[in-house]
Design a protein around this ligand. Structure first.
Ligand code: BTN
Length: 145
């Protein structure tokens, strides 16, 4: 009976330690790539979950525009070790911004990915043109570093 109790306790301890490890893997810092081939780097994060980084998009809405690395900032909601976040990119090469909201997930092999939805806002020439300037979509990011 005592052996069973000890084994059960060890199993519980193992499960607690591995699930904690998975949470920690969802640290957003590092380099990520989405299904379009865009690269995102999260460089730093403070104790409040505020982070900064850079974004190199693989695609653009603009014709014959040379894309450039653009700055990024966002928040990871750290309440209760949450994996939910939001970030914004101010595009360096065009007058538009994109915001993403999403969550980090870890599969049974310990591989992380970020499921996100985005809103891209471009510049309307007039209020009458406003309807045309917001796009919505989904991006999935995988860690590359
Ligand atoms: C623009 O063309 O106005 C700026 C670049 C927008 C790139 C979009 S943002 C959402 C989607 N995900 C990406 O990685 N790139 C595109």
């Amino acid at each position: 009976m005592r052996t069973i109790t000890v084994l059960f306790s060890l199993l519980c301890l193992y499960q607690i330690s591995t699930s904690d490890g998975k949470q920690q893997k969802c640290d957003l810092r590092g380099q990520w790539r989405n299904e379009l081939g865009s690269n995102m780097t999260v460089e730093s994060m403070n104790n409040a979950g505020f982070f900064r980084g850079s974004y190199m998009t693989a695609v653009t809405t603009q014709n014959e525009m040379v894309v450039k690395v653009s700055p990024l900032s966002g928040f990871l909601n750290i309440n209760g070790k949450s994996t939910v976040f939001g970030f914004l990119v101010k595009w360096s090469f065009v007058e538009s911004v994109t915001s993403w909201v999403g969550q980090c997930f870890v599969d049974s092999n310990g591989v992380e990915h970020l499921e996100t939805m985005w809103l891209l806002r471009g510049k309307a020439q007039s209020a009458g043109d406003d309807w045309a300037q917001t796009r919505v979509g989904k991006n999935v990011f995988h860690r590359i570093q």
